[in-house]
Design a protein around this ligand. Structure first.
Ligand code: HEM
Length: 507
């Protein structure tokens, strides 16, 4: 059965035993994935086969999991496509039929998003604050948000629309709606609750391979972008004519337009297609994590004031330093009066902004975010498919076509890697440990590892930290509508329906 399914034919890889009367591992896994995986690890060691969701998987655990991420012949993109058919979905919007894991998409994020993070931060913060103040607001009574995921999707989509397409386009309500709808479309493609998981990939391939339902989103983006791009071209030509430097907009759309050839992009429609792929990979993942950070704040209320106090201390310190810098410029005569700082980098009105350097200094927020991601990311996940035969260092062989899945608990709940209290949520676990939430290694794999490690993690973590900072600065009490759903909220997987609503009480 193992070899027929295309899974590893290496006979030295054991297959986990089934419970009496069961024909697959689904029920045992669904009851408690971590208990099931711990049993298998104890019985069989770090590599074993399981039969789950009608497929054989070779489970790889610590210390061998780094070999999966480092191998060029094991692909996460193909592993996800195998379950969901996601490649047909993202390929349908670009001329080159790009997968989300295509090197061009990776390079766009790496070269244009990450280096400009500090410059994007004020926009991200402003968008998030506006959205929270408008939708949740301040009131004496606690405010109820029935579907927190919907709320955070809107918040993240709004911030990302500006980063990807610039202010002018992001202010178009249809564009924002497109960002949100795309996220819902992707959630449907990857939905882990799909009743017949066997047919999910097949249906998605048929749907997105034959017709192209994402085309309507491309049209909205192209229609909104066309006049803006024309105006930018006009301004650039005018600046050139007058011998002036053109003030190039910072968004990713401009970056792609400026590097058409490098990324193999054909026209504006294709630019919008590439932006859509980036929207798909970024908004869904980040809004999901943002939502669950708020459930963790509700479950561990003792964190809220610690996080808020840190924020106040960091901002006080920054205010002090900026005032010292202003004074020294006044004393040296470089600047003649306080009023002259208006509109400059040292404008006193920006002293208490949640700037990129301020967010970077919030080490407790960083540790809280990393601990939430660690604690949540357990069970088995990050499926891979072997494109070629791979020899593991323990002598076992993964054959071409085999399906691999990572034993996440063997990293995130591993006492040797995390400490004896690996099973407990300790929000300040990483403070002073030089283990930032962006730092991938075999003890922290929510963003994968190796050459294909998520290139968007710097933006993602920046956004997640900002969400925490914005929320604790406005609310001092976070409560679950149904506290009995706490465990479900802490361990929900990406794409699962939110377990309960949230109440927010203003400071
Ligand atoms: C909390 C949010 C996020 C999580 C948990 C996440 C997680 C992941 C994971 C697990 C991978 C696979 C890594 C591997 O194969 O080793 C990945 C790949 C990727 N992610 Fe993210 N991601 C997030 C946010 C983002 C954002 C914001 C962007 C874009 C701005 C992004 C862009 C990508 C791309 C392009 C890839 C494919 C990389 C490749 O195959 O070379 N992600 N992400």
């Amino acid at each position: 059965m193992v070899s027929r399914d295309g899974s590893s034919v290496d006979k030295s890889i054991p297959t986990a035993s089934l419970r009496p009367g069961e024909t697959n591992h689904d029920a045992e896994y669904d009851e408690d994935a971590d208990v099931f995986l711990a049993r298998c690890e104890e019985q069989y060691g770090p590599v074993f086969n399981i039969y789950k969701f009608n497929r054989f998987y070779t489970v790889i655990s610590d210390p061998l999991l780094r070999e999966v991420f480092r191998s060029e012949n094991l692909s996460f993109g193909d592993g996800l496509d195998d379950i969901t058919g996601i490649h047909a979905f993202t390929a349908s919007v670009t001329r080159a039929k790009r997968k989300f894991s295509d090197s061009a998409i990776h390079e766009m994020v790496r070269d244009m998003v990450t280096p400009n993070l500090a410059l994007f931060t004020p926009t991200i913060v402003e968008r998030m604050q506006t959205m929270v103040d408008r939708e949740v607001g301040f009131s004496k009574d606690r405010k109820f948000v029935e579907d927190p995921l919907l709320f955070f999707q809107e918040m993240i989509a709004s911030a990302m629309a500006t980063v990807f397409m610039g202010h002018e386009i992001a202010n178009d309500p249809q564009v924002l709606q497109t960002f949100i709808e795309c996220t819902h479309d992707l959630a449907r493609v990857t939905d882990p609750r799909t009743s017949d998981r066997r047919w999910r990939a097949f249906f998605n391939r048929a749907k997105y391979g034959l017709v192209n339902p994402l085309q309507k989103h491309i049209r909205v983006l192209v229609d909104a972008a066309t006049p803006v791009v024309q105006e930018r071209r006009r301004q650039e030509a005018e600046a050139l004519e007058k011998g002036l430097a053109y003030n190039r907009p910072l968004d990713i759309m401009q970056g792609i337009l400026d590097h058409f050839d490098q990324y193999g992009v054909v026209d504006l429609e294709d630019v919008c297609g590439h932006l859509l792929v980036m929207i798909l990979v970024s908004v869904h993942t980040t809004s999901d994590s943002s939502t669950y950070l708020n459930y963790y704040l509700a479950a561990f209320p003792e964190c809220i004031d610690v996080l808020y106090q840190e924020q106040l201390e960091v901002l006080d310190q920054i205010c002090k330093e900026r005032e010292e810098q202003r004074q020294s410029k006044l004393v040296s005569g470089e600047v003649s009066s306080v009023e002259d700082f208006a509109g400059t980098a040292l404008d006193p009105r920006n002293d208490r902004d949640l700037s990129a350097p301020a967010v970077k200094r919030m080490v407790r927020v960083d540790s809280f975010v990393r601990e939430c991601l660690r604690f949540r990311t357990t069970g088995a996940g990050l499926p891979h498919v072997a494109q070629e035969k791979v020899a593991l260092s323990n002598g076992m062989t993964i054959h071409k076509g085999s399906r691999i899945i990572i034993n996440l608990r063997s990293s995130h709940l591993n006492q040797d890697l995390q400490g004896e209290d690996a099973g407990q949520f300790r929000p300040w676990r990483f403070v002073g440990k030089s283990k930032a939430a962006t730092k991938v290694a075999s003890d922290f794999i929510p963003f994968g590892m190796g050459r294909h490690a998520c290139p968007g993690r710097f933006l993602a973590v920046q956004k997640l930290k900002t969400v925490v900072a914005v929320m604790v600065s406005r609310y001092d009490k976070f409560e679950m509508q149904d506290p009995s759903k706490k465990m479900k909220a802490l361990h929900a997987r990406l794409g699962e329906q939110v377990p309960t609503g949230l109440y927010f009480t203003s400071r």
